[in-house]
Design a protein around this ligand. Structure first.
Ligand SMILES: [Cu+2]
Length: 203
């Protein structure tokens, strides 16, 4: 009688131990899935591609408002700006602010003519583009891609943004970015949280 009870208790506790192990495994799997989702979200936000003019593309037809288009987006360092257009009718010129405002297509910093040109934005500030075909800029075929200082996202690997002067190595600069973007903190926080969950599961 005593032996039977002992055996039953022992096998019960074994079952409980198995249950605990099973729950831990399930939790670990869920944590891994969460981590993958966070990493995927981070990658998506790093690799945002903005097609200028959306479905309209880069054209003078319909007098598309590229200023309004740019204002409707929030660009981050690392984003790609894509120009799609008829290459026999338009082009893309990278110009200075002065030339942008004056629609001066005579001294571009660079000219692109493939009909499918993309630019990865590496720096904050203004990035000015216009179409160099006569009269097109005046018709509104110009766009100013503006990245505010606070739009600095996690820089893509191997391409750090310009380092601010005056900061000693390892010391965060005080003057250049007093208000780090909430988006960045949020993303880092999420990634750290997911990492913490995984670590706590496996320790
Ligand atoms: Cu044009």
């Amino acid at each position: 009688m005593g032996d039977f009870l002992l055996t039953t208790e022992s096998s019960l506790s074994q079952t409980q131990t198995h249950l605990v192990h099973f729950r831990a495994m399930a939790f670990a799997q869920r944590a891994m899935v969460m981590l993958f989702l966070v990493v995927a979200a981070l990658n998506v936000s790093l690799a945002a591609v903005y097609k200028v003019g959306d479905s309209t593309g880069w054209t003078t037809l319909g007098h598309y408002n590229y200023t309004a288009w740019a204002a409707s987006k929030t660009f981050s360092v690392g984003d790609t700006i894509l120009f799609e257009y008829h290459k026999d009718r338009h082009n893309v010129m990278v110009v200075t602010r002065t030339d942008f405002e004056a629609c001066n297509a005579s001294s571009p910093r660079a000219t692109y003519t493939t009909g499918n040109d993309s630019f990865v934005i590496r720096k904050t500030g203004h990035h000015y583009y216009l179409c160099g075909f006569p009269g097109h800029c005046q018709l509104g075929q110009k766009v100013n891609i503006h990245l505010s200082k606070s739009s600095v996202a996690i820089a893509p690997s191997g391409s750090p943004t310009a380092s601010p002067s005056g900061g000693a190595a390892g010391t965060p600069p005080k003057s250049s970015a007093p208000y780090p973007s909430k988006g960045l903190l949020g993303k880092l926080g999420m990634a750290l949280l997911a990492l913490g969950v995984c670590v706590s599961v496996f320790v």
